[in-house]
Design a protein around this ligand. Structure first.
Ligand code: HBI
Ligand code: FE
Length: 291
């Protein structure tokens, strides 16, 4: 991937749009076993932590089958529900390629799965993060629209050179978003639902800030790529995300161009505060201190 996010050429064996065949029949029993271990561990934890749309999607796609799902099988149901499909890619793809897939209702998912010794954490998204984490929410029609709109917005943001702001929106919603529901705080972000430790930390730990979602606030707030988030943003419904995409982003990008970033752990007077975090986890070294 080149620095500016525009297409380098696809790796050998990949098609021009960076897709590859999933090759479901080539997974080993040990790889299926890793999926089953992760799946059973996460679903036990998420029953009262993930939002309804996620849990419904998990069941609708029949992901509780034993082992790594065959994209051809889940795509039949996914396309019927929201017109989305999962396509296999070798790993992270250039931003413009990524946005083009999303804009066409194709979710690019890595085909590789983590090693048994990496169960708890890996830097690059594997098939468990991508398919268990991201795909169930794509069965929700409103969220499915949001993801397509994000792809279209991403292409525009790349052309305008403001991708960093939009990437924060993706990070604090699609990857690490929380939702307030009548049953309490629930998770919808893929980066959280696919992680056992962050599924607990994000909802229950006193360290992180939990702040009501505000589009420009989110787009001015940096995020962590190497550890638990120091701030989580909370929507009150998936419709909130859809309303976001109905806005004209041009004036927002102009305002953001003149606005400084907000400190990752900072709280602003205008924030709607659910949790004023202690930041104790980050202060004492975060993940490194835990190992
Ligand atoms: N590629 N396969 C893959 N998956 C991603 O989540 C992804 C990507 N490329 C770029 C990217 N995400 C982000 O940089 C954009 O959301 C900004
Ligand atoms: Fe992801």
């Amino acid at each position: 991937m080149s620095a500016d996010g525009f297409s380098a050429s696809p790796p050998p064996g990949a098609r021009a749009d960076w897709t590859i065949d999933q090759g479901w029949e080539t997974y080993s029993p040990a790889e299926h076993e890793v999926w089953i271990t992760l799946y059973e561990r996460q679903t036990a934890l998420l029953r009262d932590r993930a939002c309804d749309a996620f849990l419904k999607g998990l069941d609708a796609l029949d992901l509780h089958r034993a082992g790594i799902p065959d994209f051809a099988r889940i795509n039949e149901e996914l396309q019927r529900l929201t017109g989305w499909s999962v396509v296999a890619v070798p790993g992270l793809v250039p931003d413009d390629v990524f946005f083009d897939h999303l804009a066409n209702r194709r979710f690019p998912a890595g085909r590789f799965i983590r090693k048994p010794e990496e169960l708890d954490y890996l830097q690059e998204p594997d098939i468990f993060h991508d398919v268990f984490g991201h795909v169930p929410m794509l069965t929700d029609p409103v969220f499915a629209d949001y993801m397509q709109a994000y792809g279209e917005g991403g292409r525009r943001a790349l052309d305008l050179g403001v991708l960093a702001n939009l990437a924060r929106l993706y990070w604090y919603t699609v990857e690490f978003g929380l939702m307030q529901t009548p049953q309490g705080l629930r998770i919808y972000g893929a980066g959280i639902v696919s992680s056992r430790s962050e599924s607990i930390f994000a909802l229950e730990d006193t360290s992180p800030n939990r702040i009501g979602f505000d589009l420009e606030r989110v787009m001015r707030t940096p995020y962590r790529i190497d550890d638990f988030q120091q701030a989580y943003f909370v929507i009150d419904s998936i419709q909130t995300l859809q309303e976001v995409t109905l806005q004209d982003f041009a004036p927002i990008y102009e305002r953001l161009a003149g606005a400084a970033d907000i400190g990752i752990a900072e709280m602003l007077p205008g924030d709607s505060v659910l949790t004023r975090g202690s930041q104790a986890y980050a202060a004492n070294g975060g993940r490194l201190a835990q190992t």
